[in-house]
Write a protein that binds this ligand. Structure first.
Ligand code: ADP
Ligand code: ZN
Length: 763
């Protein structure tokens, strides 16, 4: 029997409400289809039949892309939850689980069965749905369901977009190439690109001649490092580690907070738990923050579980990502390690979820859909009926509070393995230095002395300053005006090497003026040194030293950060200078001195988490020094040595910090004692940005239990010529904020967007 066509709700990954098309009856939610929207082709996702279709002539879908939902049912449940919680549609979440390039092959067949295309052509969609369910249950195999399986390996040609702006005129074929590259984040394998854009080599060559793209033999440090087979260095777990492992109950849901300083052996605990989970025949999802996916971790995993590890990395190229996702769909790799999006990986039958460095901000997506991977990991563990282990040396106050309340179980590792010592941390009071020197001091005499000693011993120093560029802003001494971005409400940063004033928000840049643009005076002055200037000064102070700067400006090229870190690890660098990207996840055996140039920078930000972030950053940086046999020292320069974040960071005392900070949060009604939602809107004028939030507030005012702040100007009131306003909701619990969402639903693509559990109030 042929299944008929019925009105079906289909959602596109665009800011639009779901649309209704005619589609074969029996298509399950999650099946991808090709549709036409305003005569252009688009990919959509089936949500289900439309019980109240609009009374207009409905268009049929152009094609059904998937024979059945390709994602495991448990994962669909998670997406359903995430969609309701964060207020976003399935079509926006699905591409994060299943890259658009992963396509099922209709020509495949189960053993003895008909080809999937035959069932399709006979209109037997319900039969296809049944086959899909059997496939997910593991009762039926489709060995060649994914025809792009096992693509090309390392050492392939990649096409990358250069920094040149789009030219005013391109041919249609060139435009397809540029668009395809843009969709994939700027880089694609050549074959795949030719295929996707449906162009020949000539088109690429033309674009290359104009400098718009470049072709590179890909040199991927991650996969290279993965190949050399380091032996598995098994350690005998100490008593605390064994207790932590024993504290985790396998086979049922439980959230655990594994708290232990850097080097206390948390990773060994994860490895042991992972091994037990795999031995029990279940799978492991292992999340690391963006900076944590290092060659070191991958080789440690590969050594322990050879051939069983698949990797999801935002930085790997499209086809490599695709190949590893396909391995998951085919149950080919029982351990998946990856960054934020990996929490949505199509891994079946999960028996353990690890979230390393759970406090890291990179787990929170700052673009739509704005989900938090750590929070979804806890939900996924609940749906999978398995333990989730959140690990950290400086837990988020949210998780710490949950552990104190008993919602999470606390596992502690208090001692460092033998031979590893905590560094000695010294505070340098910059107010005292100012009194002596009578001018602003960048390198205190104590720091300079320590650097000289370190250099003389042939050891490494690291200097941290959380501000890039040469000077933070320019100011006219005569009129006091600063030079601001014409499109954003921030000042421009001077970059000396490029000889430009740049906006760090929109990328606007201009050649620095000779005289003040406001009053014509010649007394221009830079204020607030950045990493570029620090590097300059270090080269003057230590001309013979090998100096490496790592910040967003020096690591634009893919692989350059990894290359720099590797050089530092191998001892090819004497002085490392950079922003917070240096603070995390690396192991520099030669590093014995860490200098924090201005510990107060992060404290000045108007955000209730400023102290927590500063504490975490300082503690992490300090932990970089002296992990090996040589003891390390840390010099922390500050104007506010009595600030709790600094006092406790110096003592490397997380619990002391938490005990002092939590009562403030409670008194002021901030998380973890309250839940927050942030509604944002933008407009061409301040009024246009304000109006939709004002209306929203009127609706919300009728709901009890909410504290509503705003609408107010966003901390950065204008970006790229758009004015920005925000409305903040606080409530005792998250449920109330969910009710607020249902009470005042937002229109997809409308003026207002929602950020639940916001971490970043500025952007
Ligand atoms: P963390 O993840 O907490 O930073 P790791 O698990 O990476 O700590 O451990 C730090 C170092 O100490 C690693 O080189 C690890 O192999 C080693 N180590 C951890 N536990 C033990 C142990 N019980 N015996 C010997 N060495 C250990
Ligand atoms: Zn700007």
């Amino acid at each position: 029997m042929m299944d008929a066509l019925v009105p079906t709700r289909i959602e596109l990954a665009r800011p639009l409400p779901p649309l209704t098309y005619l589609a074969p009856a029996g298509l399950l939610p999650g099946v991808r289809v090709k549709v036409k929207v305003r005569n252009a082709a688009a990919t959509g996702v089936v949500l289900g039949p439309d019980p109240e279709p609009p009374q207009v002539a409905l268009r049929p879908v152009e094609a059904v892309l998937d024979p059945f939902p390709l994602l495991p049912p448990r994962l669909m449940e998670l997406l359903d939850f995430a969609g309701r919680y964060y207020g976003c549609g399935l079509a926006h979440l699905l591409p994060l689980c299943l890259p658009p390039a992963v396509e099922a092959d209709w020509a495949t067949a189960a053993p003895e069965g008909p080809r999937l295309s035959e069932l399709r052509d006979a209109g037997l969609w319900s039969r296809l749905a049944e086959l899909g369910e059997a496939w997910h249950r593991g009762e039926l195999a489709f060995p060649s369901l994914f025809h792009r399986r096992g693509l090309r390996g390392a050492g392939v040609t990649e096409v990358r977009r250069t920094a040149l702006p789009n030219p005013p005129r391109v041919t249609a074929a060139q435009a397809r190439v540029l668009l395809a590259l843009e969709d994939e984040g700027g880089a694609m394998l050549e074959d795949l690109l030719l295929d996707t854009a449906k162009v020949g080599h000539g088109v690429l060559a033309g674009l290359e001649r104009h400098g718009l793209v470049e072709r590179v033999r890909r040199l991927d440090l991650l996969s290279q490092k993965r190949e050399d087979d380091a032996p598995d260095k098994r350690v005998e777990l100490n008593g605390e580690q064994l207790a932590a492992v024993a504290g985790v109950t396998p086979g049922s849901f439980g959230a655990y907070l594994l708290y232990g300083i850097t080097g206390s052996g948390k990773t060994e605990v994860y490895l042991e738990l992972a091994e037990r989970t795999l031995a029990a025949g279940r799978r492991v999802l292992w999340l690391v923050p963006e900076i944590g996916l290092t060659p070191r971790l991958l080789s440690r995993l590969e050594a322990r579980f050879p051939g069983r590890v698949a990797v999801g990395h935002a930085g790997l190229n499209a086809s490599e990502k695709q190949a590893d996702v396909i391995r998951l769909l085919l149950n080919d790799a029982p351990l998946f390690v990856g960054v934020r999006n990996a929490v949505l990986a199509p891994l079946r039958d999960i028996g353990l979820i690890v979230v390393d460095e759970e406090q890291e901000g990179s787990y929170k997506s700052e673009e739509h859909p704005r989900f938090h991977a750590r929070d979804l990991a806890v939900k996924r563990a609940q749906l999978s009926g398995c333990p989730v282990v959140l690990g950290s040396a400086t837990p988020s106050l949210e998780s710490w509070h949950a552990a104190q309340q008993g919602r999470y179980r606390l596992l502690r590792l208090m001692q460092r393995p033998a031979g590893v010592r905590l560094p000695e941390v010294k505070v340098v009071d910059l107010r005292e230095c100012y009194k002596v020197e009578r001018k602003k001091v960048i390198f205190s005499p104590l720091l300079l002395k320590a650097m000289r000693e370190t250099l003389a011993l042939g050891e490494q120093s690291m200097l941290l300053l959380n501000r890039r560029g040469f000077e933070n802003f320019w100011m006219c001494r005569a009129c006091g005006e600063t030079f601001d971005c014409p499109h954003c409400s921030v000042s421009l940063t001077y970059h000396k090497g490029a000889y430009r004033l740049r906006c760090h928000l929109c990328g606007f840049e201009s050649v620095p003026p000779e005289v003040c643009i406001h009053c014509g005076a010649e007394h221009l002055r830079g204020v607030g040194e950045g990493t570029e200037q620090i590097e300059d000064q270090l080269r003057a102070l230590f001309p013979a030293a090998r100096i490496l700067r790592l910040d967003r400006d020096t690591t634009l090229r893919r692989g350059s950060l990894e290359a720099g870190l590797l050089a530092a690890e191998l001892g090819e660098v004497d002085i490392l200078v950079g922003t917070q990207m240096l603070a995390k996840g690396h192991n520099f055996p030669m590093l014995t001195l860490v200098g924090i140039l201005n510990a107060d920078l992060g404290l000045k930000i108007a955000d209730f988490r400023a102290a927590e972030r500063t504490f975490q950053l300082l503690t992490q940086v300090a932990g970089r020094a002296g992990r090996a046999e040589i003891p390390g020292r840390v010099l922390l320069q500050t104007y506010s040595p009595d600030h709790p974040a600094i006092v406790h960071a110096v003592a490397q005392n997380f619990e002391g910090f938490a005990a002092e900070e939590l009562p403030y949060r409670e008194a002021l009604g901030y998380p973890p004692y309250a839940a927050m939602s942030l509604y944002r809107s933008e407009g061409d004028t301040p009024g246009a940005a304000l109006e939709p939030l004002r209306k929203l507030r009127l609706r919300l005012d009728t709901l009890p239990g909410l504290r509503i702040l705003g609408p107010l100007e966003a901390p950065i009131a204008r970006v790229k010529d758009r004015y920005r306003m925000q409305l903040i909701l606080k409530a005792a619990g998250r449920q109330l904020l969910g009710e607020a969402m249902r009470h005042a639903p937002l229109v997809p693509g409308g003026a207002v967007t929602l950020d639940r559990d916001p971490l970043n109030f500025g952007i």
